[in-house]
Design a protein around this ligand. Structure first.
Ligand SMILES: Cc1cc2nc3c(=O)[nH]c(=O)nc-3n(C[C@H](O)[C@H](O)[C@H](O)COP(=O)(O)OP(=O)(O)OC[C@H]3O[C@@H](n4cnc5c(N)ncnc54)[C@H](O)[C@@H]3O)c2cc1C
Length: 275
């Protein structure tokens, strides 16, 4: 769509990209959402994709994902064999409802910063215990737990002019066993619920991440594998206003699916099922 209020596009920002931030600015990543809706409040786009940020840096500490890494490039990444949770990367990319054009242009950072309940990069990075590095216009840097970044439907902790620069996934999370479940109303549709469970080999812990059915990610942590009743009770105490309502499902439907799939995940990981 033509954005006819835009008077300037900064194609190659120099120095710190936020230093010159002003009202009416927006960061431009893949543009798949920015160009899909009217943006009457915007005057200037600052293109982040021209910045020389490394897309994917695997190392002993884990995986660093540059915010401008595309979904396509993340999907093409082959994790080392000992990162058994690496399979979740592809599963999360496949959960992205997208055309060929969106798939090739959309970025991991853009997906997270859109902060939609069905943002699969949010699901992935919360489940894998990531931290996000944020850059403020004054040059200061802070890191936040992925779990705390999204605060509601299309809402997050970013201050005006702040950039999501990088996503750091720790190696210990990538070495976990995992199981996931996802429901869509239609084939290739947007997620109604998307749940991921992870479990450290040699322990009996469980981390259950609940997304898409909720307006913000919810993560339930258990030091020892809960029984079915304890797990259901933990889901039942999620506040009613956290469950999301849209044409893909009512809050009640989403809570019901979450209870059902959470139990499947618990059983699968408890039984030492597929990693
Ligand atoms: C057909 C179609 C299907 C879609 N399906 C889905 C879906 O299943 N799930 C889903 O979550 N979304 C979906 N979207 C919405 C959107 O396309 C995606 O969320 C996409 O990942 C956004 O990434 P982008 O790089 O294109 O972001 P952009 O459109 O460039 O930016 C999105 C927003 O994030 C801000 N932003 C981008 N990067 C940064 C950064 N590094 N730091 C700070 N702010 C930043 C931008 O200023 C803008 O406000 C869909 C869109 C379309 C058109």
């Amino acid at each position: 769509m033509d954005l006819n209020t835009i008077t300037e596009v900064v194609r190659r920002p120099s120095g710190h990209p936020g230093a010159d931030w002003r009202e009416g600015d927006a960061w431009l990543a893949g543009g798949t959402w920015l160009y899909s809706a009217e943006q009457p409040h915007l005057r200037r786009l600052i293109d982040l994709t021209a910045l020389p940020w490394e897309r994917l840096v695997p190392g002993d500490a884990g995986l660093e994902i540059g915010a401008t890494c595309t979904i396509r490039d993340l999907y093409a990444f082959t994790p080392p064999p000992d990162w058994i949770a690496g399979g979740l990367i592809r599963a999360a990319c496949e959960a992205f409802l997208s055309s060929f054009k969106v798939w090739n242009a959309a970025t991991v950072g853009g997906n997270i910063c859109m902060s939609l309940p069905a943002g699969p990069m949010i699901t992935l990075t919360v489940a894998l215990e990531a931290r996000y590095e944020l850059w403020a216009p004054d040059g200061s840097v802070r890191t936040v737990d992925a779990l705390d970044f999204v605060t509601g439907n299309n809402r997050n902790v970013l201050a005006p002019g702040e950039i999501l620069r990088r996503i750091d996934i720790p190696a210990h999370a990538l070495a976990k066993r995992h199981a996931h479940r996802r429901f869509t109303l239609t084939h290739l549709g947007r997620s109604t619920v998307f749940l991921i469970g992870t479990h450290t080999p040699g322990t009996s812990n469980l981390l259950l991440t609940i997304t898409a059915g909720t307006t913000r990610p919810v993560r339930l942590a258990f030091d020892t594998m809960p029984d079915a009743t304890t797990l259901q009770q933990s889901i039942d105490v999620i506040p009613g206003d956290v469950w999301f309502a849209d044409p893909n499902g009512t809050p009640d439907h989403r809570r019901h699916l979450t209870r059902h799939f959470a139990e499947e995940i618990r059983r699968e990981l408890n039984a030492g099922g597929p990693a």
